[in-house]
Design a protein around this ligand. Structure first.
Ligand code: ACM
Length: 767
C-alpha cells in the first residue's frame, strides 16, 4: 500500500485502534514532513528495556547515541548499543556508502522482530531516526511526555528523500540580538522536521554581532545602538559561542551560513572604521529601521583588505561551503560623489554605479574562493550583472530567482510574499505587532519554490527555500517563535515532501501532533485568533451582528459574562447578535485544549451624539506644535514653546519628512490639531488612524497607547449628522526604531455598514 495512492487521512483512521490497550501506541502515524512513500504492514514492533541498537560502524553509533540520549529523557531508560549480531528486538542503523541513495535519503522498515534504518550517509540515518522518533508515543498531552516501556509501534516500510537540498531558516540578530541558547533551542527543534540550513544574519546597519579579533571596534562600537529615547541595545557573539552553535548545528546536520552584509547595510562597520566609507564622516550605529545611505567604498583597496581579514576569521568558524555576502538595498549616491569610485569606474570601464556593485561583488567572490567558499547574494546584485558562479537568494519576489536560474545560477528561494515570517500570519487588527504584509499558514504551505517560468532543464538550479525572520519588531524570543511556528513547519514540508503527497487538510490534521512537539519544547507557537471585528470597541444603536473567523479551521469558544472562556465555554457556530451592552471574550482552542490569547470586545449601545452648536466656521484645522522629544502624550507639558498655525488638509500637518530623506531629529515635537469634523448623516462611524489620539465630540475614540505606531488603529462611535469637535494628537519622534514621521498624518472614516474607508478631506474639517 503506497502513501501516494492512499490519502494520509485514511491512514490515520486505519491506525486508530490499539491492538492491545495495555500498550501505548502512537495512534496517529503522524509524520511531518510527510514522507515520500509509506507502506503500512500488519503487526507491531514492541520496544522494551531489552531492545538494543545495532550499528554497523562508528559513525552510525554516534547517531544512535544521540537518539539514545533523547529517548532517555522520555523513558528514563538508557538503551544500549549492542555489538552482537542478534537482530531480534533491535533497532539497526545501517550505513552503506555503496547504496544508490541520495545524500539525505533513508529507508525505515519496522517489522515484528526488528527495526532497520538504512542510508548512504549519517545524515540519512539521522533523518530515519527522526522519523522513527515521530512514531513513538512521546509527545501527546496524555503521556505528559513520559513514555512508559514497553510501547508498540506500527509495522511499516518508509522510503523517504527530500524534494530540495536547501530547507532553511534565517534569523536577523542585528536589529535585535538573541542568545545562543535560544538559537540552539530552535535548531534542535527544527532538526526534528529535517530543516538543514541556518542562515545567520550577523551584520547590518543596526548592529554588528560577531567578534572579529583583528577589528575589535566592530563589536566595541558596532554592537551597541543608542536608541532615540536614550536606551541602549547591544550584544554580540564571541568566536567561542559561534563555534558552539556551529558544532551544535552540525550534530543535527544543519549547515550554518553566516551573512556578512556588504557593501550596504554597513554603517555598524563604519561606526568603528569610518575610513572604509567614501566620505570619512563620523558615523553611528543606526537607531532607525530602514536602510542607511552610508556604505562601504569599493574605490578603496582597504575595503577589500578588511573584507578578506573578516572572511579569513569567519572561515575558522563556519566550515560550510556557502557564505552570504548581502548585496541588497545599496543606495549608491555616495559612490556617485566619491573621487575614488569614479576613478574605479573609469579604470575598469564600468558603465554606472550598478556595475560598480558588480565589480565589488566579483572581488568579494574572489576573496571567498581563496577560502574555498561559494558566494550567495540577494537578488539586487543581478542589476549590474554577476559572475557565472554567483548564487542568488531571491527575496524581492520570484523574478530574480527565475532570471538567475534560467541563466544557470543556483538559487535559493525566499520571496518576501511567501517566506518572510516577520509578516503577519493573520489580520493585523487582531494579531500582535509584526512587520506588515500577510502570509497565513496556507500561503506558505501552498508555495512552490519552482515557479512555472523556470525552464525544465534549469529546475535543478533551484536548491530550495528558506523562511526569513527580520527582527525590527521582535524584541523578545517568544515573539520570534510566535512568528516562526507553525509556518516554518509548513515550509519544512514544502521543501522536503513531494508536491503530490502534500494536502493542506492532511497537514492540518498532523499539525495537532506537531503542536504536541512544540508544547514539549516550550515553544510559543501561533494559534489562529478570532478575526472579524476590526476594533475591540463595537458601537451599535439598535442591534449588531458580529461574525468571527480564523485563518484556518479552529474551534472558537466565548463568554458574555465578563469571565475568561475555558474549554467548556459556548462554542462559536454563527455570527453573534447583541442588543445590550456586552463584554464579549472569545478565544480559539486547539484539539489539545490549548487556547489562543483571549480577545476582549466591548459591545456598546450608544445614542448618536448631537452635533456642536457652531457659529460661522472656516475650512481647515488649528495646528499647535510644541518642540521637543516626548515619549508619550502625558510628557507634553511645556506649551510656552508652542507654535500656532492653520492647515487646510489633515495630510498637510506633517511637513518634516519626505521619503528618501533622513528623519530630522530637530523636528521632534508634539502636535495638536483642533477644530470640527462634518459628519454627513446619522449613524455609527468607524475611524482609522496611526496617530496617538483621536478625539471626536470630546470622546477619546482612538488611543494608540504603544510607543510604536506603525499600523492604523480603528474604533467606533455613534454620531448625528453635523459638525462635531475634532482633536488629533500626535508625537513626532522615533520610538523603538520607527519614526512617526513615516506615518502619513491622516484620519479615515466609514459608516459601520461599509467596508472601505474614505479620507476625511479638506471639505470636512473646520475651525
Ligand atoms: C532583504 O530583505 N533586504 C534581503
Amino acid at each position: 500500500m503506497s502513501l501516494r495512492i492512499i490519502p494520509f487521512f485514511f491512514l490515520i483512521f486505519m491506525t486508530c485502534k490499539s491492538p492491545d490497550s495495555s500498550f501505548p501506541v502512537n495512534q496517529s502515524l503522524s509524520i511531518t514532513p510527510i514522507p515520500f512513500k509509506v507502506d503500512q504492514k500488519q503487526g507491531y514492533f514492541e520496544i522494551n528495556k531489552k531492545t538494543t541498537f545495532l550499528c554497523n560502524n562508528n559513525s552510525s553509533a554516534v547517531i544512535a547515541s544521540f537518539f539514545i540520549g533523547k529517548m532517555k529523557t522520555f523513558t528514563g531508560h538508557s538503551f544500549s548499543i549492542d555489538n552482537e549480531n542478534n537482530t531480534k528486538n533491535s533497532i539497526q542503523l545501517i550505513k552503506e556508502s555503496t547504496l544508490d541513495f541520495g545524500e539525505e535519503e533513508y529507508r525505515l522498515s519496522i517489522s515484528k522482530d526488528e527495526i532497520k534504518i538504512k542510508a548512504k550517509t549519517d545524515q540519512g540515518l539521522f533523518y530515519g531516526m527522526q522519523t522513527f522518533m515521530q512514531l513513538l508515543p512521546l509527545y501527546d498531552a496524555n503521556s505528559k511526555n513520559q513514555m512508559h516501556l514497553p510501547v508498540k509501534i506500527q509495522a511499516l516500510d518508509i522510503e523517504d528523500k527530500p524534494r530540495f537540498g536547501w530547507r532553511g531558516m534565517h534569523l536577523d540578530v542585528s536589529r535585535h540580538f538573541f542568545s545562543i541558547d535560544f538559537i540552539k533551542k530552535q535548531l534542535d527543534l527544527l532538526s526534528l522536521f529535517k530543516i538543514n540550513k541556518f542562515h545567520w544574519h550577523l551584520t547590518d546597519d543596526q548592529g554588528w554581532r560577531i567578534e572579529i579579533k583583528k577589528y575589535p571596534k566592530l563589536t566595541e562600537v558596532g554592537s551597541k545602538r543608542k536608541n532615540a529615547d536614550g536606551s541602549f541595545h547591544q550584544g554580540f557573539y564571541t568566536q567561542e559561542e559561534i563555534k558552539e552553535v556551529v558544532e551544535y548545528a552540525k550534530e543535527r546536520f544543519i549547515d550554518v551560513i553566516p551573512e556578512f552584509d556588504t557593501p550596504g547595510h554597513a554603517i555598524a562597520i563604519l561606526a568603528g572604521y569610518p575610513e572604509l566609507s567614501c566620505s570619512k564622516e563620523k558615523y553611528e550605529v543606526r537607531n532607525l529601521w530602514g536602510v542607511e545611505s552610508s556604505i562601504l567604498c569599493p574605490g578603496k583597496e582597504e575595503t577589500y583588505t578588511f573584507i578578506e581579514d573578516v572572511v579569513q576569521e569567519l572561515s575558522t568558524l563556519f566550515p560550510y561551503g556557502y557564505y552570504h555576502m548581502g548585496g541588497d538595498e545599496v543606495p549608491k549616491d555616495q559612490w556617485k560623489n566619491s573621487a575614488e569610485c569614479q576613478k574605479l569606474k573609469k579604470r575598469e570601464g564600468l558603465k554606472d554605479e550598478k556595475e560598480i556593485q558588480s565589480y565589488f561583488m566579483a572581488r568579494v567572490e574572489k576573496i571567498l574562493s581563496k577560502y574555498h567558499k561559494k558566494m550567495i547574494g540577494w537578488d539586487e546584485i543581478l542589476e549590474g550583472g554577476i559572475t557565472p558562479t554567483t548564487n542568488i537568494m531571491s527575496w524581492q519576489g520570484e523574478e530574480g530567482g527565475i532570471k538567475a536560474a534560467n541563466k544557470g545560477h543556483d538559487v535559493i528561494m525566499t520571496p518576501a510574499k511567501y517566506c518572510y515570517f516577520n509578516f503577519y500570519q493573520g489580520d493585523f487588527k487582531a494579531e500582535p505587532l509584526a512587520f506588515g504584509g500577510y502570509i497565513p499558514l496556507d500561503k506558505v504551505y501552498h508555495y512552490d519554490p519552482i515557479p512555472k517560468e523556470i525552464e525544465e532543464d534549469k529546475k535543478k538550479h533551484i536548491l530550495g527555500a528558506q523562511g526569513n525572520v527580520w527582527t525590527e519588531y521582535t524584541y523578545k524570543e517568544e515573539t520570534i517563535e510566535y512568528l516562526l511556528y507553525p509556518r516554518i513547519i509548513a515550509l519544512a514540508e514544502t521543501t522536503w515532501s513531494q508536491k503530490e503527497n502534500k494536502k493542506f487538510g492532511d497537514f492540518l490534521n498532523r499539525l495537532n501532533s506537531v503542536y504536541d512537539v512544540l508544547e514539549h519544547y516550550n515553544i510559543n507557537y501561533h494559534i489562529p485568533l478570532p478575526e472579524g471585528p476590526t476594533s475591540n470597541k463595537i458601537v451599535f444603536t439598535d442591534s449588531v451582528s458580529i461574525p468571527f473567523s480564523t485563518t484556518h479551521p479552529v474551534k472558537m469558544v466565548y463568554t458574555t459574562d465578563g469571565t475568561d472562556p475555558i474549554a467548556t465555554s459556548t462554542v462559536y457556530t454563527e455570527p453573534l447578535n447583541f442588543k445590550e451592552n456586552t463584554e464579549l471574550r472569545i478565544a480559539s482552542i486547539l484539539k489539545s485544549g490549548k487556547m489562543s490569547s483571549i480577545r476582549k470586545l466591548n459591545i456598546t449601545k450608544e445614542t448618536p451624539i448631537p452635533p456642536s452648536d457652531t457659529a460661522e466656521l472656516s475650512q481647515g484645522l488649528i495646528k499647535k506644535e510644541i518642540k521637543g522629544y516626548f515619549k508619550s502624550i502625558s510628557d507634553v507639558n511645556d506649551s510656552t514653546k508652542s507654535h500656532i498655525s492653520t492647515i487646510k488638509n489633515i495630510k498637510d500637518a506633517n511637513t518634516t519628512y519626505h521619503w528618501g530623506h533622513e528623519v530630522n531629529e530637530d523636528n521632534f515635537k508634539a502636535v495638536f490639531l483642533d477644530g470640527y469634523v462634518y459628519i454627513p448623516e446619522d449613524g455609527v462611524y468607524y475611524f482609522s488612524s496611526t496617530q496617538d489620539q483621536i478625539w471626536i465630540a470630546d470622546q477619546l475614540v482612538i488611543d494608540y497607547k504603544t510607543p510604536l505606531k506603525k499600523h492604523p488603529k480603528e474604533s467606533s462611535i455613534a454620531l448625528q449628522k453635523g459638525k462635531h469637535k475634532l482633536k488629533i494628537v500626535y508625537l513626532n519622534n522615533i520610538a523603538k526604531g520607527w519614526a512617526t514621521d513615516w506615518n502619513t498624518v491622516e484620519l479615515k472614516y466609514r459608516k459601520a455598514s461599509e467596508v472601505d474607508y474614505k479620507e476625511i478631506d479638506e471639505h470636512m474639517i473646520f475651525h
